[in-house]
Write a protein that binds this ligand. Structure first.
Ligand code: UD1
Length: 435
């Protein structure tokens, strides 16, 4: 099992380039099979979740070809469009985005059968809003043997109100409705940057979607979609993670290939706690000196503070002066890293969906376990800021969503290595002590 070993205490300095947005890529890669033409997608992050989804897409017969590390050609013409078309393998069950193939295949073939989505264990994560949307378009659904089937004679446009703002449901309904007859309206739609990116991508394939990025999305169904070449937006959460890492280690980092507007919630909180954030056209520079200050955070759908940045920001707050309150309002089970941080010296207490943090001056290195993707990234930040050595187990979670994480951090002067054994850890420690 791979681990990260970190020798903390070095401020991050230098430049880092952000990859394409994982969550946009997952929607876009699934939507790419909705035409029989070739689709070329650029700026695909090379992370485990995208590789698994591409394998599944290949598994149902689509032609998938990497043109270079970040450019993928997909041709959905060869998908085995038969009654038993079914997306399932041991890997796809572990990722959340498998559910995007429900909407994509339902739109194209009017039926789809997919293994129930897995993903990080951060809460209940139901898919009732996805099925509510499909039903409104005329589909029937059935869950059996941990597979979900959705089927329709015809898909007909409809008015859909989402009771809860859901990224996944908004994207899934947008995909299916693009190939339905007539007009669909999604009310209380999610407004995340990746919703806009998936809508732009579908429009470049010939779909007719308006209003993405606002509460109401209007879709006029078209008969068929066509091939396109499209470049994915930069990853807001990877960028945010490096921003917080720069601040927590009292460093100075230029984070390149970002859309600063997408980072506003994070920029605003970092500024509030005493970091300096400079914005450029497609980069942000984060600097911090001295101790950060406390603040309160509540996660909300975009443009609110992203739940995917909650563990990383809470880690910075655990090193800030004063008491901070972090409220998680999207997922029920997103504080599993708190026990691990406590073992590194953090003073944190969780009550329901609220974490109360009394900032400490320093963390000390410890052996900790990454409970999920973003919590894992938070523990890396903690390790970078801590005195001494930190070993992080279960880094496979982190690899779901961060491309070359340890390599990029080393480029900023961090002392971090991906290791596989006790022997490697000992070697790292000896080498670090010799420096
Ligand atoms: C996506 C992202 C995830 C991010 C989350 C919120 C992907 C692959 N994952 O997850 O990284 O943390 O958005 O920004 O893009 N809900 C329902 N019924 C549903 C669907 C959702 O009640 O049918 C609830 C969820 O339990 C949660 C809230 O809606 O409380 C938001 O979930 P949603 O936006 O759907 O998250 P995901 O699409 O799973």
């Amino acid at each position: 099992m791979e681990q990260y070993v970190i020798k903390g205490g070095t401020p991050l300095h230098g430049e880092v380039t952000i990859a394409g947005a994982k969550n946009a890529a997952l929607g876009i890669l699934a939507a790419a099979v909705m035409t029989d033409d070739e689709v070329i997608i650029e700026n695909v992050p090379n992370v485990r979740d995208t590789r698994v989804l591409l394998q599944a897409i290949q598994g149902i017969g689509a032609k998938v070809q990497y043109l270079d590390e970040h450019t993928v050609s997909i041709c959905g013409k060869y998908i085995r469009n038969t009654e038993d078309l079914c997306v399932d393998d041991e890997f796809i069950r572990k990722i959340r985005a498998s559910y995007y193939l429900l909407g994509a295949l339902l739109g194209k073939y009017k039926r789809s059968k997919v293994a129930l989505p897995g993903g990080c264990d951060i809460g209940m994560r139901p898919i009732d809003l996805h099925t509510k949307g499909f039903r409104a378009l005329g589909a029937k659904d059935e869950i059996k043997d941990s597979m979900i089937t959705v089927k329709a004679e015809h898909l007909v446009g409809s008015h859909i109100y989402l009771d809860v703002v859901s990224v996944g449901a908004t994207i899934n309904i947008m995909m299916a409705a693009s190939l339905a007859e007539g007009k669909t309206t999604i009310e209380n739609a999610a407004k995340e940057p990746h919703i806009v990116d998936v809508a732009n991508f579908l429009n470049s394939m010939g779909a007719n979607i308006r209003g993405a990025g606002t509460d109401i999305i209007r879709i006029r169904g078209v008969k068929a979609l066509k091939g396109t070449t499209y470049s994915i937006i930069p990853d807001q959460i990877e960028a945010g993670t490096f921003m917080v890492a720069a601040a927590a280690t009292k460093g100075d980092v230029l984070i390149k290939n970002v859309i600063p507007k997408h980072l506003e919630a994070i920029t605003s909180k970092l500024t509030e706690i005493g970091a300096t954030v400079e914005e450029f056209d497609d980069a942000v520079r984060v600097m911090a000196t001295g101790r950060l200050r406390s603040t309160n955070i509540k996660t909300l759908p975009y443009p609110g503070f992203p739940t995917d940045m909650q563990p990383q920001m809470a880690t910075a707050l655990a090193l800030s002066e004063g008491t901070s309150i972090v409220t998680e309002s999207i997922f029920e089970n997103r504080f599993k890293y708190v026990n691990e941080l406590t073992r590194m010296g953090a003073h944190m207490k969780v009550e329901g969906n609220v974490a109360i943090i009394n900032g400490v001056e320093k963390f000390s290195g410890a052996n900790v376990c990454a409970p999920d993707l973003r919590a894992g990234a938070a523990l890396v930040i903690a390790g970078l800021a801590a005195d001494g050595f930190t070993v992080i187990e279960d880094v496979r979670y982190i690899q779901r969503g961060y491309e070359k994480f340890s390599t990029k951090l080393r480029g900023l002067g961090a002392s971090i290595e991906r290791v596989e054994s006790e022997k490697d850890i000992k070697k790292f420690k000896l080498q670090s002590q010799a420096v």
